[in-house]
Design a protein around this ligand. Sequence first.
Ligand SMILES: [Zn+2]
Length: 463
Amino acid sequence: MATLIHAGTVITPQNGGVSVYRNHSLVLDGGRVTESSPAATFAGRLDSFTDVIRAERHLVTPGLVNTHHHLYQSLTRCLPAVQNVRLFPWLLGLYERWRAVDFRSIKLAAQVSIAELLLSGCTTTADHFYLLPPASDVRAEAVLEAADELGIRLHLGRGCMTLGQSAGGLPPDELVEQDADVIADWERVIAAYHDPQPHALRRIDIAPCSPFNVTRDLLEQSVQLAKAHGVLLHTHLAETLDEQQFCKERFGCRPAEYLEQLGWLAHDAYLAHCVHVNDVEMQRFAAAGTGVSHNPVSNARLASGVMPLEHMLEAGVRVGLGVDGASSNDGGSLLAAAKAALLSTRIVRGESYKDLPDELPLWSAHDAFRLATIGGAQCLHRAELGHLEVGAAADVALFRMDDVALAGAAVQDPVAALMLCDAPRPDRVLVAGRAVVRDGRLVAADEFALGRALNEVVAERFC
Ligand SMILES: [Zn+2]
């Protein structure tokens, strides 16, 4: 039942850089890449494959890996009341709208967000899902079902908020859960859905929301639970100066110091944002093997600041890329996020980066491609993702080189074309060898029907 992707321009992270193989073919079998050879190797053998994808006009890349999202947030993207405010007032405005969520609206929003990811070439996403109001029927299954139906590979970070306003936290009490209920549900969801095997389509991560809306107790217990179950830890950290101020006032230390006290600077943790971290903290992340998810579009949208990406990489931190939730990105393209990451480094390379070594070359499009692929895979501890070497997962995106968005550039430098031109829509996307996008359209759903349904729900309850 093997599939042959034949005679394409194959691009894959390799040996610390990015390799480009022209007129090259890949064999996919059993959900994996089983052969990677020059196209000529297959002359006269095309009939022996169940499916042959002619890729003479395509760039063939590993499926992109998104390390941070809140899939449900397409319910409240471009909300006028919070378009022009920073994180804390943005959250306070959104909490009021989010009181209306139920299972159906969360699932629909997740389907739309996943559709956007697949239609931009992303095949693996982490979802930091922390909005489960106790009085609602919302459960983790809303996101799990959406991912299953559309075919994306998922790290579901079953999140939570447990520190309500009456206890000094940011969210209204009606939206927060009890610590004990969260722990019980972590146990339930991990037992029912976590697949620890390599090439798993579904993993569960333990993902309390942030230091300003989760109790200290639960953050500590999260570390023990993650170790006991062999799952990853995820949370937001050091996103804004408001958060830094909150931590100093409440805990007497900086956000990264607070998490370090609780045991969170660990190899099995990956942290979203880390915009406001200093050199010492970066070195601690690197020494502990803690991963960082970089979300440049969201950080710009909320005026949170610019994450010191080049410093972080120089320090040896594992960094992946994220689009972040649809209410602070408003789009789900990882290619667009990679471009933003690249341009951000150029914007700040002047005065604010003066302590980087003079000889360090500018961070490049090839570096950005690694961030969107193998960087994310390393952040999620997924050695089989983010590249196309033999043994890798058969997660592949094919982009037409004659797409007007790439034309000309794809001939000059196909990697830079994907990173610097406007993000193209992939012609085909496969997850574990299975087609999820064909001819630029979702295979398992009508994207316009999803869009119409979301428009109706948003107009009824989330405006
Ligand atoms: Zn986030």
